[in-house]
Design a protein around this ligand. Structure first.
Ligand code: S3P
Length: 173
């Protein structure tokens, strides 16, 4: 249970679309007495529009600006939380470590393709073109690794992924 004025450090989950950041994030928050925040949901709440609408009406560039702004807010104002980021945040925001301890949920391209059902793909404008999505995946891999303090194999069930994070980050639990 998160307590009043709990100022535990944040944990920031990064990784490509479909890596399970939100599922793992919710579970990790419960297990570590933190709140769960989803950066995409924060951006949507501030903009008053869904991510796919932002992409359609304002374009990717505007969305990336919103991500940068959200990251600044998280670094300045948020403590005691598990934060799941959109798959592109680690590539547009340098020094995510300013927000908290960064954990990379690593998954192969094949596994990502397998996990993202047609319904899940429809919610993600950048997954409509498979070739382009794969290109981004290749482009981001090193960035995820560079930003991460801990890299976990996200192909396992969410509770095992959470356990590994807790075991490897002594300050988390
Ligand atoms: C994006 C990933 C999405 C969302 C937006 C852009 C990306 O989040 O932020 O559609 O650039 O990889 P998820 O990783 O939660 O799908």
């Amino acid at each position: 249970m998160a307590t009043d004025c709990d100022c535990a450090e944040n944990i920031v989950l990064i990784g490509f679309m479909g890596a399970g950041k939100s599922t793992v994030g919710r579970l990790l928050a419960q297990k570590s007495g933190r709140y769960f925040l989803d950066a995409d949901a924060l951006i949507e709440s501030e903009a008053g529009r869904r991510i796919d609408e932002i992409f359609k009406k304002e374009g990717e560039h505007a969305f990336r600006e919103m991500e940068r702004r959200c990251a600044r807010w998280l670094a300045a104002c948020v403590r005691g939380s598990v934060i799941s980021t959109g798959g592109g945040m680690a590539s547009v925001v340098e020094h995510l470590a300013r927000i908290g301890t960064v954990v990379y949920l690593k998954l192969s391209w094949e596994e990502i393709e397998r996990r993202l059902t047609p319904q899940e793909r429809r919610k993600r404008p950048l997954f409509s073109d498979l070739k382009e999505a794969k290109r981004r995946f290749e482009q981001r891999r090193n960035l995820y690794e560079t930003q991460a303090r801990l890299i976990v194999d996200a192909s396992r069930p969410p509770d095992e992924v959470v356990e590994e994070i807790i075991q490897n980050l002594p300050t988390v639990s």
